[in-house]
Design a binder for this molecule. Sequence first.
Ligand code: NAD
Length: 228
Amino acid sequence: MKKIVILTGAGISAESGLKTFRDSDGLWEGYNIEDVATPEAWRRNPVLVQQFYNERRKSVIEAQPNAAHYALAKLEEKYDVTIITQNIDDLHERGGSTNVVHLHGIITRSQSSKDSTLTYPIDGWEIKMDETCELGSPLRAHVVWFGEDVPMIETAARICQQADVFILIGSSLAVYPAAGLVNYVPRHVPKYIVDPKIPQMSGNSTFIKIEEKASVGVPSLVTDLLGH
Ligand code: NAD
């Protein structure tokens, strides 16, 4: 079976109602990233950070996968598929994909604020300030903040090296180290990009460009790849 590796960003979930942040001038749902998505923000104002992610979690739980998520799941009929996502939502899994690597964590789980390897399921949409991990430290969202290590990056790089086909969907490739993953894909491998506003990036010219929204561009690319 040929291996398809797919790297997704916030754009694939935009039509499910989850906002990207580059599209809104670097703000994320009205907040400065530095105020809600960094270790300093958590030290300064944990209540604000907790509340921000509780709201994001509520939106994720209420959102539904869109045609792009469902189409990617169909690729598994004929290919060995790995999705590497920068998204913290679980819409790929709910769309039926079975092999998803979350580079930046997943908002539906909590994490110890002392040891990032301790993660837990969340009952409902809210983490309360008095909830603690087994070490007695407060629980926070299981997401990678700016300035934190990306533990899955080496696994993701190895997966990219094994690609026979590579697809990039809905990512401005502005956030490192995720953006660097494209460089691990072997040169001869066919590469596609689906984005209504194709981002500027080095090596851009080697991509087959599908300048469409994910809900349109992804199902039609999947139909082509399945040979229907
Ligand atoms: P980004 O916001 O930097 O870029 C979004 C990209 O999606 C842009 O290139 C834009 O043109 C494209 N896009 C917009 N609408 C689209 C559509 N309908 N179909 C296809 N593409 C569309 O996103 P990023 O590169 O993923 O980086 C943002 C960071 O923010 C990530 O690290 C991610 O963890 C986080 N984030 C996640 C979510 C989520 O989990 N749903 C939402 C917002 C931000």
